[in-house]
Each structure stands twice: as structure tokens, then as C-alpha cells.
Design a protein. Structure first.
Length: 430
């Protein structure tokens, strides 16, 4: 008869739980419901923005504006965003993410209504400038993700919200192009403006009804007690890597904006495309970017790191722009857009993760506002020069210059990728 093994356990020790946390697992439950709601709001908002994108250059031509004037008017939106994003970010740190999301979405609704009834390039530009000033939702959305996720969860969550951007750019431009057709007139532009206003109002309603506040009063109080007096200058002095992050997004987004604002001119002059064709092309770009950001960005970031992913994204971006500069047909143009969209699909969630890793509860909205402001500045500078480059230097020049800028930007991406991250206890005050 074998002896029975008897284990004894001190009575004061708890019995191990059958689902005890394994090493490497996050102890924070994944915030699926809040992220799902934020995904919906971000998608609706970006779809409203995307509806205007393929139609604006053609309507600018109808009001007898030059390519340079049209791209400057398109860039006015991002000028407003550059000026307003840091303020919206700081307001979201002080008063919460939810009210900033709702207020900025309502402001966007008004801007689209003004846009629908604009009949000259100056009014068009003014409407876009006002819309940009109201665009505090992007920085607030990414700050919201930073609030509700742990460092382990963040790459996946950033990829999910990045996928919402991609989906917005699938459906928005496609809808805008289909609404306007390939031979638009002023009445078609009214329809497009009202469609954008409607979806922005719907996003505001969804935020009001469905989205809880992520930065709770307790966390706001703790953040204010420790860091609410920080200005943008103080944050930049304390965290010099933010300068590199801002330079990186400025260059990447600036090159992308040069492409976005001249693609309609180039495809029309070279291949006879109209708004519907351009809208579907932007939709294809959004589809590829969404697949990457929603499905592949998280696993790739966990395996290779967000820094490496950002570097590879910039390299693909450079290659795609070079292919656009050499495109000899609509098919090769689409191939270049596909490669470029792979680059942006890898870069965007990786960049947002890298930026979020440099923040705390007290400055997350401000830092995200600064990086979003730099991104917006890229969307100001790119369109400010792209139309003139297209008209004066050559139709392929905006793509070739963008490819060269991206090749040089790989060095900035490497610098950001190698920058040290603050310890988790330095990033959370809750």
C-alpha cells in the first residue's frame, strides 16, 4: 500500500486561483466596450472629413481658382488644427476627453454647413480654417486610448483606432466621389457638404449618448495637483524626445499631404480621372491601411517593437511616393498608392504608441495635442507648396520631392525608435 501524499498549507495563505495571472499578462481588463464606441465615433468623424477630399479640387476649379490657391485652401483646415490642437489637448487634460470630443464634433458640423454654401475660394478656405480650429477630436481620441489602456494593451488599441481612421478614408472619399460623380456642379458640392455635416452631427450624438469619460475626476485632481501647471514649453524642455516625435510626424504627414492635394490634378491630367475615380482610389488606400492597423499592427508591434515598425513604415512611404512619381498608367499609380498606404498603415499606430509612452495622466492630452499639432503643420506646409510645385516644376514633382524627404526622414525615425521610455511609475499618477 502506497503512502498518500498529504500537502499542508498555512491557513492564512489564500488558495491559488485557477485563473491566476501568468507572467507577461496584463492585470488590466481590455476596455472593449469603450474602444468600440470610440472606434465608431472616430470612423464617423473621419468619414465626414473624407467625403470632401476627392471633390474639393474639382470644385475649386469650378470657381476658377488655380492649383496653388486650391491646395492652400485645402491646407487651411490643417492650419486651424495646428493652432487649435494643443489648446484642445490641454482643455481635455483639465475638463476631460468627452466634452472636448463633443464640442469639436459640433464645430465640425457647422464648418461643413458653411462649406456647402461657399461660392469662392476665399470662403472655401475660411470654412476649412474654421473646421480645423474645431478639430480637437483627434488628439482627444488618442489621449482617451492612453487613459483606458495599459502599456501592454496600447499598441493593439492604437491600431484599432487607427483602423477607424482607415475605414473613414475608405467610405468617406468613396461616398464623396459617388455623390459628386465624374462631372460635378455646385449643387453636387452642396450635397457633399450636407453629407459631411450629417455624419459629424451623428458622431457628436454618439459621443454624448455612448461614451463615458475616461479621465475621471479623481485622476484629473491628481494630475492637476502634480502637473496641471505645465505649459507646452515646460513639457518640451522636460522631454526633448517630443521634439523628435513632432518633427517625425510633421515630415511624414507633410509628404502625404502633398500627395493627397495633388493626386486629383495628376490623375485627371494624366489619366482622365474624375471625382468618383479619385474617391475610389482614396478608398483603396484606406482599405489597405485599415487591414494593417486593425489586424497586423498590434502583433507586429509586440514582436518587433513600435520603434522598428515606425522606421519600416517611413521606408515604405518613401518607396510608394517614388512609384507614384514614375507611374505611367492608372494601374501603376494604384500600385504606388498601395505601397504608400502600407507605409502609413504601419507608421500611424506605431507613432501614436511611441508618443503615448512618453506621457503621464497630467500631460497626455497636451503631448498628444503637440504631436497632432505638428501633424497638422505638415498638412499646412505640404498643401501650401504642393499646388505651386505641381504647376511650376512639374506634375510628378510633388511625389518625387516627397519621396526624397521620406528617405531623409528614416534617420529621424531611427532617433525616435532608440529614445529611452520613461518607467511606468513615471507615466501614471492614478
Amino acid at each position: 500500500m502506497s503512502a498518500q501524499r498529504i500537502e499542508t498549507r498555512p491557513q492564512h495563505l489564500p488558495k491559488p486561483h485557477r485563473f491566476a495571472k501568468l507572467p507577461g499578462m496584463s492585470s488590466t481588463p481590455y476596455p472593449q466596450r469603450q474602444l468600440g464606441t470610440l472606434f465608431l465615433i472616430t470612423f464617423i468623424n473621419l468619414a465626414g472629413f473624407g467625403v470632401v477630399l476627392p471633390v474639393f479640387p474639382f470644385f475649386g476649379t469650378l470657381v476658377h481658382a488655380t492649383p496653388g490657391q486650391i491646395t492652400v485652401a485645402m491646407g487651411a483646415y490643417s492650419l486651424g488644427q495646428f493652432l487649435g490642437a494643443p489648446l484642445w489637448g490641454k482643455l481635455s487634460d483639465r475638463y476631460g476627453r468627452r466634452p472636448v470630443l463633443i464640442a469639436s464634433l459640433l464645430g465640425a458640423t457647422v464648418s461643413y454647413l458653411i462649406l456647402a454654401h461657399s461660392r469662392d475660394i476665399v470662403t472655401l478656405g475660411a470654412a476649412r480654417l474654421f473646421g480645423g480650429l474645431m478639430a480637437g477630436n483627434v488628439a482627444a481620441a488618442f489621449a482617451y486610448v492612453g487613459d483606458i489602456t495599459s502599456p501592454e494593451q496600447r499598441p493593439k488599441a492604437m491600431g484599432m483606432i487607427g483602423a477607424a481612421f482607415g475605414l473613414g478614408f475608405i467610405f468617406g472619399p468613396a461616398i464623396g466621389g459617388l455623390l459628386a460623380g465624374n462631372h460635378p456642379d455646385p449643387s453636387d458640392f452642396i450635397t457633399v457638404g450636407y453629407a459631411s455635416a450629417a455624419v459629424s452631427a451623428l458622431a457628436a450624438l454618439a459621443a454624448w449618448l455612448l461614451l463615458p469619460e475616461s479621465l475621471t475626476p479623481e485622476r484629473r485632481a491628481q494630475a492637476h495637483a502634480s502637473r496641471s501647471d505645465l505649459s507646452a514649453g515646460a513639457v518640451l524642455r522636460a522631454k526633448p524626445v517630443i521634439w523628435a516625435l513632432m518633427a517625425l510626424t510633421l515630415l511624414v504627414i507633410g509628404a502625404a499631404a502633398m500627395m493627397e492635394t495633388t493626386l486629383a490634378f495628376f490623375s485627371h491630367d494624366s489619366f482622365g480621372w474624375g471625382p468618383s475615380d479619385v474617391g475610389l482610389a482614396f478608398g483603396a488606400v484606406g482599405l489597405i491601411s485599415t487591414i494593417l492597423q486593425g489586424g497586423a499592427a498590434g502583433p507586429l508591434a509586440r514582436r518587433f517593437g513600435s520603434g522598428a515598425l515606425a522606421v519600416v513604415g517611413v521606408a515604405f512611404h518613401a518607396l510608394g511616393l517614388a512609384m507614384l512619381a514614375l507611374a505611367g498608367s492608372g494601374l501603376t499609380l494604384m500600385a504606388g498608392l498601395a505601397v504608400m498606404s502600407i507605409g502609413l498603415g504601419l507608421f500611424n499606430p506605431a507613432f501614436q504608441t511611441l508618443a503615448s509612452e512618453q506621457t503621464s495622466d497630467g500631460d497626455r492630452g497636451l503631448v498628444m495635442g503637440l504631436t497632432q499639432g505638428a501633424s497638422s503643420l505638415g498638412r499646412v506646409v505640404g498643401p501650401a507648396v504642393s499646388g505651386s510645385i505641381y504647376a511650376e516644376i512639374g506634375h510628378r514633382a510633388p511625389f518625387a520631392i516627397g519621396a526624397l524627404i521620406m528617405a531623409l526622414t528614416i534617420g529621424v525615425a531611427l532617433l525616435v525608435a532608440r529614445a529611452p521610455r520613461p518607467a511606468p511609475q513615471d507615466r501614471h499618477h492614478a
